[in-house]
Design a protein around this ligand. Structure first.
Ligand SMILES: Nc1ncnc2c1ncn2[C@@H]1O[C@H](COP(=O)(O)OP(=O)(O)OP(=O)(O)O)[C@@H](O)[C@H]1O
Ligand SMILES: [Mg+2]
Length: 308
């Protein structure tokens, strides 16, 4: 699907927020959407929630068009900047969300207690939302998203505003939801959250999908690289070795250089011919961060959107 926002007095300026994005999220998975600011993550989620219409393409939730009400009755949603009614208490807000989704009576009472307990907000449940801290609002908004035992949980930056304990709790809740069979889609720019939580991940840059796969596959698809310490060579001499390499750091007399597995022998030979010594070799474990940075560099993007 694609999404173009129209801006300007004559609606003559276009922001290409999403460009030909295709995503399939298997039931029962935790699917992460990773991307920098302005990549189109929230736009994707808003299209799923029917808050924004795609300019082209269609979106289905468990086979039903996302624009239909039935589709969304199975979804729990935590928006990017949750804004619960300020004068309600946290508990009243969660109760209202439950009522709007058709719960009532004893079932509603029990479920409200359960979800408030799950986000560890029982002590503050009677307090008005306007007295909450940012993290407390985030927690109560999550309780609201869980109230109808959704089959699909959609979370826009779920850990934003949370302290380390809150982040741990959010991760535990997401994992717990998966173990109950819930499908989870969340977006983030926090790489460690994506790395620890996702079964599958798509990297979005400037409205386009640049990578997709299982986290382990994405990481193992990287070319093996070694970090090599070279001594006895100047930077100028190093640049003349004639073997592909990348200078990463210079620490006193030692130059730290990255070379691929394939080029290692040739690199060692070349440095020795120049009277240099290779004093240490260590493999690099690629992290999602490297992958993310590479994807960003390749896309050569600017924050602020792609215009046409
Ligand atoms: N209502 C709107 N009107 C015009 N442009 C918009 C609107 N909403 C989003 N955009 C633009 O669409 C692009 C994608 O925005 P989006 O909010 O989807 O990004 P995001 O990936 O969620 O970023 P962040 O990490 O900052 O939340 C941006 O260039 C943004 O300026
Ligand atoms: Mg966003």
């Amino acid at each position: 699907m694609s999404k173009t926002y129209r801006l300007g007095f004559f609606l003559n300026k276009n922001v290409l927020a999403l460009q030909g994005l295709e995503l399939v999220i298997e039931p029962g998975q935790i699917f992460g959407l990773l991307g920098p600011n302005g990549a189109g993550k929230s736009t994707t989620i808003k299209i799923l929630m029917n808050l924004v219409r795609p300019s082209s393409g269609t979106v289905r939730i468990f086979g039903t068009e996302a624009a239909k009400r039935e589709a969304r009755s199975q979804v729990g949603f935590l928006p990017e900047n949750p804004m619960p009614y300020e004068y309600l208490s946290g508990e009243e807000f969660v109760r209202l969300a439950g009522k709007l989704l058709g719960l009532s009576g004893q079932a509603l009472d029990t479920r409200v207690k359960e979800v408030i307990g799950a986000v560890e907000m029982s002590n503050a449940a009677k307090l008005q939302v306007r007295r909450y801290s940012k993290g407390m609002v985030q927690r109560i908004a999550l309780a609201q998203a869980l109230i109808n035992k959704p089959r699909l949980l959609i979370l826009d930056e779920p850990t934003s505003g949370l302290d380390p304990l809150g982040r741990r709790l959010m991760r535990d809740i997401i994992l717990e939801q998966r173990s109950q069979g819930t499908t989870v889609l969340f977006c983030t720019h926090i790489i460690s959250d994506a790395e620890t939580l996702c079964d599958r991940l798509a990297v979005l840059v400037a409205g386009k999908k640049v990578q997709e796969g299982k986290v382990s596959e994405l990481l193992s698809s990287q070319v093996p690289v070694l970090e090599v310490a070279v001594e006895g060579l100047s930077k100028e001499q190093l640049s003349s070795v004639g073997v592909n390499h990348e200078l990463k750091q210079e620490i006193s007399e030692r130059l730290w250089v990255r070379v691929t597995d394939q080029d290692l022998q040739a690199f060692i030979g070349a440095t020795q011919r120049l009277q240099g010594r290779v004093t240490r070799i260590q493999p690099i474990r690629f992290t999602l961060e490297d992958l993310f940075m590479n994807a960003l560099q390749q896309a050569e993007t600017k924050v602020g959107g792609t215009f046409s």
